[in-house]
Design a protein around this ligand. Structure first.
Ligand code: B12
Ligand code: SF4
Length: 449
């Protein structure tokens, strides 16, 4: 069978495509099926999408969905249903945690809960042999109108998975994206990534949190180096710096064999000065830390993140001293956060002096603890599923701060961003490129490689 994965872009700017389909395609191909990929720009008319789909002539259309992609997915799949007669399946975080709402829509035939490799293969083989897929015939696959399916065990060990199907990722400039684990052990209440761990923990399955062997990760990198330029590696793991023995061992070999610069995501509780030194020696150039709030109360009581502000100050200093760039990410307008606490975040930002930073207006992701809190307290508007998850404006009706308050703080952050960009990049260059420090670093390396 041939499965076509549609990548529904929500922004015009390029970003690496979703990883889910690249994992699924590799698995399907290993089992003798075909996988194709079509990137769909944000404003591409349905008729044009239908033409492109018809050219590929797939037997099944697959769509991976974050919450931000949901509205576009709804419109595209609904529109396609009127023009082409091909079954569809959706998966990913939004589908997993809002399944009833998603399945209700025209053009969505099947939905995959959680990890998809084995489940999608079973569906493809059932469709191929003409078997009916109704109530709980395939674990993880929810057929429209059917009952919620049971969940199968996550694949164990992760090394059993084939390497990512890179032709579905649209990588550029010799920058390669890789994951060494699935799941995150921390309890952050706003985080959607965390929800898979919770989903699987609540059922009679093995744990979702797993890590690949170092040898398996290094073998994928070796293959990538043989295939083309390997200029920069981005580890997309939620928190790369858990399991220090694993990380140190990996750094030893990576530093010797590759020494290609790389970046990763970390929490301040999971790094030490000596770990940062090992990472830097192996080639780590950039770490993205979730700071989220400058108020210890907001972090502790609302987000379940217990690190102190002093810990953030120390870790940002150690990171700088190790010669690694730090990016800080912040959230604005978490339920329960006061206007003064939002100002504390700006104050902490000025102390941390990260090389780069991101600021996101809080959005309640389905399945998360804070989503539930917003729903229980009436903060969530009834039409929340039709409001864009763009992280630029709040969709909540909060008692202690208004949307206008949050918009004002967002403007303050925007001004800080503009000032930082102008300090870093001469005016002409900033206007021409508008690139972040990291993007410029990556492109410069790609140009000289
Ligand atoms: C890599 C990554 C990106 C990449 C690629 C996106 C992607 N979807 O892979 C880039 C840089 C583009 C990106 C951008 C953004 N991201 Co992002 N990203 C991630 C990250 C760190 C890892 C994803 C990953 O490794 N997946 C690995 C695979 C194995 O997992 P998976 O995607 O869930 O896929 C499996 C199953 O879900 C299922 N499945 C998935 N798709 C499908 C499709 C079908 C047909 C089937 C059958 C099954 C299936 O099978 C897959 C294999 O088992 C996650 C955190 C996380 N742990 O998920 C955040 C995450 C997905 N991102 C998030 C966000 C918010 C964003 C941004 C909005 C950030 C921003 N503020 O700008 C943008 C928006 C992107 C968009 N278009 O919507 C949120 C999404 C929350 C939500 N409920 O929507 C997450 C969960 C982070 C978080 N902690 O909250 N991101
Ligand atoms: S540490 Fe990061 S990925 Fe893990 S639960 Fe918290 S926010 Fe999510």
């Amino acid at each position: 069978m041939r499965v076509l994965f549609l990548e529904l872009d929500t922004e015009n700017a390029w970003a690496v495509a979703s990883l889910g389909p690249a994992f699924l395609a590799a698995w399907l191909r290993r089992h003798g099926h075909e996988a194709a990929f079509l990137r769909v720009p944000p404003t591409e008319p349905i008729a044009a999408i239908a033409e492109s789909v018809a050219r590929v002539a797939p037997d099944l259309i697959g769509v991976s969905m974050t919450t931000r992609q949901w509205l576009r997915a709804r419109d595209v799949l609904g529109g396609l249903r009127r023009l082409v007669d091909i079954p569809t399946i959706v998966g990913g975080l939004h589908a997993t945690f809002s399944p009833e709402e998603v399945l209700r829509h025209d053009g969505v035939d099947y939905l995959c809960l959680g990890e998809g490799e084995a489940a999608l293969l079973d569906l493809v083989e059932a469709l191929q042999s003409g078997r009916c897929v109704a109530d709980d015939t395939i674990a993880n696959i929810w057929a429209k109108g059917g009952a919620r399916p049971s969940l199968r065990n996550p694949i164990e060990p992760l090394d059993a998975l084939p390497f990512l199907a890179r032709d579905l990722m649209d990588e550029r400039w010799g920058v390669r994206h890789i994951t060494t684990q699935r799941g995150c052990p921390f309890p952050c209440t706003f985080c959607a990534a965390r929800m898979y761990d919770k989903l699987y923990a609540s059922l009679d399955t093995t744990r979702y949190g797993r890590r690949r062997g170092q040898g398996n990760v290094l073998a994928e990198l070796t293959e990538l180096r043989e295939q083309g330029p390997l200029n920069y590696v981005i580890f997309l793991d939620d928190t790369f710096t858990i399991q220090h023995a694993w990380v140190r061992e990996f750094c030893k070999v990576y530093g010797k064999e590759f020494a290609v610069p790389f970046s990763l995501n970390a929490r301040v509780e999971t790094v030490s000065q000596s770990l940062l030194a090992d990472l830097a020696a192996a080639g780590c150039r950039h770490i993205i830390y979730g700071v989220e709030s400058g108020s210890e109360r907001v972090r502790r009581e609302i987000m379940k993140r217990n690190a102190s502000n002093q810990r953030f100050r120390d870790v940002f200093r150690w990171t700088r001293e190790a010669g690694i760039m730090a990016t800080a990410n912040y959230i604005i307008g978490t339920p329960g956060e006061s206007r003064a606490e939002m100002a504390e975040t700006i104050a902490l930002h000025h102390e941390l002096e990260p090389v780069d930073f991101g600021f996101f207006v809080f959005y309640p992701y389905p399945g998360t603890e804070l989503f539930q809190l917003c729903r229980d307290n009436g903060y969530l508007p009834d039409d929340y599923l039709t409001r864009p998850a763009n992280h630029r404006e709040s969709i909540l009706n909060l008692p202690q701060v208004s949307r206008a308050d949050i918009a004002e703080v967002y403007e303050q952050w925007t001004a800080i961003r503009v000032a930082a960009a102008l300090r870093r990049v001469p005016l002409g260059a900033a206007a021409a490129g508008g690139l972040s420090v990291v993007e410029r670093d990556i492109r410069a390396r790609a140009a000289t490689a």
